[in-house]
Design a protein around this ligand. Sequence first.
Ligand code: SAH
Length: 410
Amino acid sequence: MQMPPASKPEPRLRLRVSPVAESRLRSGHPWLFSDSVREQNREGRTGELAVVYDRKDRFLAIGLYDPDSPIRLRVLHAGSPVQITPDWWAARIRESRLRREGLFDTRTTGHRWIHGESDGWPGLVLDRYDTTLVLKVYSGVWLPLLAGLIPQLVAEWAPERLVLRLSRNLQGAAAAAGFQDGGVLRGAAPPGPVVFLETGIAFEADVVRGQKTGFFLDQRENRRWVESVSAGRRVLNAFSFSGGFSLYAARGGAASVTDLDISSHALESAARNFRLNEGLAAVRACRHDSVQADAFEWLAAGERAGFDLVVLDPPSLAKRESERAGAIQAYRRLARLGWQRVRPGGILAAASCSAHVRMEEFVEATLQGVRDAGGGGEAREVHRAGHPPDHPATFPEALYLKCLALSRRG
Ligand code: SAH
């Protein structure tokens, strides 16, 4: 009897790339674009490991292959050759944890543990909300790896629960792999929003359905800055979401805080967050109002001045490169409208989370908006910040967060 031929193990997926891509990978850039691939030994599957070799046939990088994305390879490691084994993953998890050692005391139980490519995890985020971990996946390359990774993440952090969030474009592929957005991967489903602390202020996060992973953890340092200049001020928090900046302003002694958001869910969450912090005398003493409106329209329709501190933190206004010019115009317009609401002696704090708009462009747009507003006030820069340390950015495309504050004289 003849034996069927043993199926041969598939050869490792190997790529050769353009010289420009080679030097980008060598300099640590985590993306290889499809149009830079010159040669490959066979077709690849989503999430499969692929090795890039240079012109002299030396190992250059290893990463996760994606046949469906213009980002064809998401680099896990570049430099000397490595084997990607469960131990390698365990070490990578540990590195992300150690990178944040000493950043937070027990008054901050909500922060980021893993921040995508700049942490060595291209397209993947892990956030902590007290004893709940939220894993957010932005690229399909992770779907085939999840079953192996989940026990390793759980072994490192021993969370009470682990919740999975998926970017919208992945939800079909994920369903086929047995995963769903908001699915609870370990532990019991949360009975409602999860409560955590940020520098001693309690916040709720809807980890199952909320935006991102439930809260904008990246604004912590800018919120602290706002707290430090809030005493006695009337504050407008435009695009308030769940009141992150508002609670800090209240703790900093603001006389009043007005939340402005288009979403009633966001405003209700902010109101609950104020109630959560009634134990703080300054929060109790601060008057809190909510306005549900389109911020552009509301700001344009109102009278001039009225606030001593205006915070503008809109959602990303440029989701893709083609929207960049329009976004810059929108930041300029927003700065004009916001500045018109700032009294002499007041402050405008404007933020942007659009990766396609660079810091210098944002600063320029904001300053132009202030000039457009007229009114004779002089603007002086009092705060400028990029990324907080638990959200590192190691390459240009990763630099999305920007904040600029200007004080108004006269
Ligand atoms: N500053 C917040 C995060 C803002 S997220 C924080 O520190 O947590 C952006 C918010 O803008 C969301 O809550 C969204 O509902 C709101 N939003 C989006 N478009 C809007 C618009 N045109 N007018 C007012 N709010 C808007």
